[in-house]
Ligand binder design. Structure first.
Ligand code: FES
Length: 239
């Protein structure tokens, strides 16, 4: 017979984590292995280039990871493709079984709502990506523009667009409306809100592009460190 403690702990764990779900557990395994490898095989700053996973330090990786994990775009994808639920916005039907209903952001998944706070930590990290670009241009004491600098700059811009296309940013500058189709208030007519809304409409694609870019830059710099990829120098001259 289960003790009261045992059943109350079990009650706290979402059913998604207790099911034999190979997709979810493979994902967890890959994530844990990937994170362990990032900690074990750190890349030095190479040719003035800093790997974005280590900006400003790998110790803040959990903050960055939590910002991504609680992002609405990824939430949709992992609820839909890892937990098989919900399959679309209008349906409560699961592809694999109908054993349980979709409970949304309740119970354990209420924790996803901290995303709005991680938004601020993400803002705090952004300047470091631009500092890395600046560092790669000036580290040698001469003006240096290499393929690596351009890749770092593109990554910084991609992370910036990702961060500012966030749903929480839209909520912040849109008059704090918890509603997509509310009547357009005076506040919501402002051009910043409309511009951000256009970006926000592509947030999922932007989120994945930015994540893939992050991994690409990491592999690019590791390729350079191991001598497989050359860092093509485009401009090198005195200030
Ligand atoms: Fe994706 Fe905020 S919703 S970053």
């Amino acid at each position: 017979m289960k003790s009261a403690n045992e059943s109350s702990i079990r009650h706290l764990i979402p059913p998604e984590f207790l099911e034999p779900n190979w997709r979810f557990w493979s994902f967890v395994l890959i994530t844990v292995l990937g994170t362990a490898l990032l900690f074990m095989y750190r890349v030095p700053v190479y040719d003035g280039l800093t790997d974005p996973f280590y900006t400003p330090t790998i110790l803040i990786l959990p903050l960055v990871a939590l910002f991504r994990v609680t992002c609405y775009a990824y939430r949709k994808d992992y609820h839909r493709h890892l937990f098989n639920h919900p399959n679309n916005c209008a349906s409560d039907v699961r592809l694999d079984s109908k054993k349980r209903g979709y409970s949304g952001e309740t119970g354990f998944f209420r924790v996803e709502n901290v995303h709005r706070y991680f938004m601020y930590t993400a803002w705090g990290v952004l300047p470091f990506f631009y500092y890395d670009v600046y560092h790669s241009i000036t580290y040698s004491g001469a003006l240096t523009l290499s393929l690596g600098t351009i890749i770092l700059a593109v990554n910084a811009i991609a992370v910036t667009i990702y961060t500012f296309s966030c749903h929480s940013v839209r909520h912040l500058i849109g008059g704090h409306k918890d509603c997509v189709n509310c009547p357009v208030s005076k506040n919501r007519k402002n051009s910043l809100y409309r511009f951000q809304s256009r970006l926000n409409g592509h947030h999922e694609a932007i989120a994945w592009t930015s994540l893939i870019m992050f991994v690409f830059v990491d592999l690019f710099i590791r390729g350079m460190v191991s001598g497989v990829i050359p860092n093509i120098l485009l401009i090198h001259g005195r200030f």
